[in-house]
Design a protein around this ligand. Structure first.
Ligand SMILES: Cc1cc2nc3c(=O)[nH]c(=O)nc-3n(C[C@H](O)[C@H](O)[C@H](O)COP(=O)(O)OP(=O)(O)OC[C@H]3O[C@@H](n4cnc5c(N)ncnc54)[C@H](O)[C@@H]3O)c2cc1C
Length: 458
């Protein structure tokens, strides 16, 4: 049985970096992957969706060309085959680069196959049994398929199978009005599909503040996306070639009839087929591996990184898990999960850049909160670009003067949020940014202005 210094299960956003880092210091490393190198982000998540979002943005700007004084004769057509080819090429480049890095690294062996635990120190990949004192689980997650009435009677798409779509669905019905559902919804509307988003909650992206949800709803509805909220009673059925989503418990028509159905109701961890029980590794009720502040599981010598530990659901959080583990193991640097500040983006157009607390969370924290806001209609760069939808909000702790959080919904919001995030990591008072001279004309130049006009939270 081959004996390794480290075994890594999964080649998502933490595993490959960890494998290469451990191998670079001379450790003998085995890394196992059952499907596509690079995991969700590279193959069915961030990379392809943002490539598709870019195609959809190009179509939208082309449709608006006349507003900018640009003449385009005829209708704007979208060639879905070429959209997919472009997306595939970007994905392939990323996957190939990572595959080559793993295959060519000294001391690193890439195993292709499904890995499962045999004991706390042994893992089986196909017919091979591997042994190590250190095992790192980076198995990620997959789309949740909820047990809705009729789900087994209808064909449905998930974020993975959407990657094979090279045609224009006539009417895409999306169950789930959160991050993934909204990105696909706006993208396919811009490609030319009719789109209906069906959401069980009373509002879209319910994790965000109510006015952020409302602004996003307005943005997508303006583009012609139909939104059905409070749909707690969804049933599914096939009628001829169509798919019927029954939503008779909400206002509006009792049925939404579409040509294709996309499920975007959340993710579940890939921990159900790992035989974690044979290693004695503990999971919570939803199947996420329980970890401590340094990503250690309850079994010494076994760590869990990335989406499967339920402590993050993003590429940057998975990568940060790698950084934490590597720093603790190799650098005598006690980096911790609890040092991480919440940050993410929602890639509708315009995007939402988020850092730290929402307004609702800040209110609940009991702190003395100061709030600064600005509509994107009062941002010069947004006006110049013709992209004035959305607004920016920054929250400050009135006692410590430190920034508590920000929601930047507007053009460039996904980039501008980083200067706020850096200030939060520096634990610097907001006055540092208030006095900084930012570049004109940018979205970021308004951040000091917002901070110069803070008001107590009412
Ligand atoms: C549509 C969509 C869009 C997204 N967009 C963004 C975005 O813009 N920004 C962002 O930060 N995040 C985004 N995400 C989330 C991001 O993709 C994930 O958070 C990230 O990929 C998590 O990485 P990971 O390393 O935990 O696992 P994954 O990337 O899921 O990788 C896990 C790997 O483990 C393999 N595996 C699983 N079980 C086994 C086994 N038993 N044996 C061998 N191999 C196994 C899997 O095949 C997979 O390759 C998006 C997700 C989706 C679905």
């Amino acid at each position: 049985m081959p004996d390794y210094d480290a075994i890594i299960i999964g080649t998502g956003q933490a595993g490959p970096s960890l494998a290469l880092r451990l191998a670079s210091v001379g450790m003998k490393v085995a890394i196992a992957e059952r499907k596509s190198i690079g995991g969700t982000c590279v193959n069915t998540g961030c990379t392809p969706t943002k490539a598709l979002v870019a195609s959809a943005y190009a179509a939208q700007i082309a449709r608006r060309a006349a507003e900018f004084g640009v003449a385009i004769a005829g209708d704007i057509g979208v060639d879905m085959k070429r959209v997919k080819t472009r997306k595939d090429a970007i994905v392939e480049q990323s996957r190939n680069g990572l595959t080559a890095a793993l295959e060519n690294a000294a001391h690193c062996i890439l195993y292709r196959g499904h890995a499962r635990f045999v004991s706390p120190r042994e893992v089986e990949v196909g017919t091979e049994r591997l042994r190590s004192e250190r095992i790192f689980v980076n198995v990620g997650g997959r789309a949740l398929v909820p047990p809705m009435p009729g789900i087994d009677q209808v064909p449905y798409l998930t974020n993975s199978s959407m990657m094979e779509v090279d045609f224009l669905p006539r009417h895409l019905v999306i169950i789930g009005g959160s991050y993934i559902g909204l990105e696909f919804g706006q993208m396919y509307r811009r490609f030319g599909s009719e789109v209906t988003i069906v959401e069980m909650a009373p509002r879209l992206v319910a994790r965000e503040d109510e006015d952020v949800s409302a602004a996003i709803t307005q943005i997508v509805e303006r583009e012609g996306i139909k939104v059905r909220l409070n749909a707690e009673c969804i049933t599914l059925a096939k009628r001829g070639d169509d798919i019927v989503a029954g939503v008779d418990c909400t206002e509006g028509t009792p049925e939404v009839v579409g040509s294709h159905l996309l499920l975007a109701v959340g993710r579940r961890p890939n921990t159900d087929d790992l035989d974690l029980d044979k290693a004695g590794v503990r999971c919570d009720a939803r199947g996420y591996v329980e970890v401590d502040d340094q990503l250690r599981t309850n079994v010494p010598g076994i760590w869990a990184l990335g989406d499967c530990n339920g402590r993050g659901a993003f590429t940057h959080t998975a990568y940060n898990d790698f950084e934490i583990v590597a720093a603790n193991l190799l650098d005598h640097n006690p980096r911790r999960l609890s040092d991480r500040i919440v940050a993410y983006a929602l890639y509708v157009d315009p995007p939402l850049g988020r850092a730290g607390m929402t307004l609702a969370e800040a209110r609940k924290s009991g702190r003395k909160v100061l709030v600064g806001e600005r509509s994107m209609t009062r941002v010069a760069r947004a006006i110049e670009k013709g992209e004035t939808q959305g607004f920016m909000r920054i929250l400050v702790d009135g006692d410590t003067k430190q920034i508590l959080g920000a929601s930047l919904l507007g053009t460039g919001g996904d980039e501008a949020v980083h200067s706020i995030l850096d200030l939060m990591y520096a634990k610097a008072p907001y006055t540092v940014m208030q006095r900084a001279v930012h570049i004109h004309p940018t979205v970021s130049e308004l951040l000091p202005t917002i901070l110069g006009d803070l008001k107590p939270l009412g």
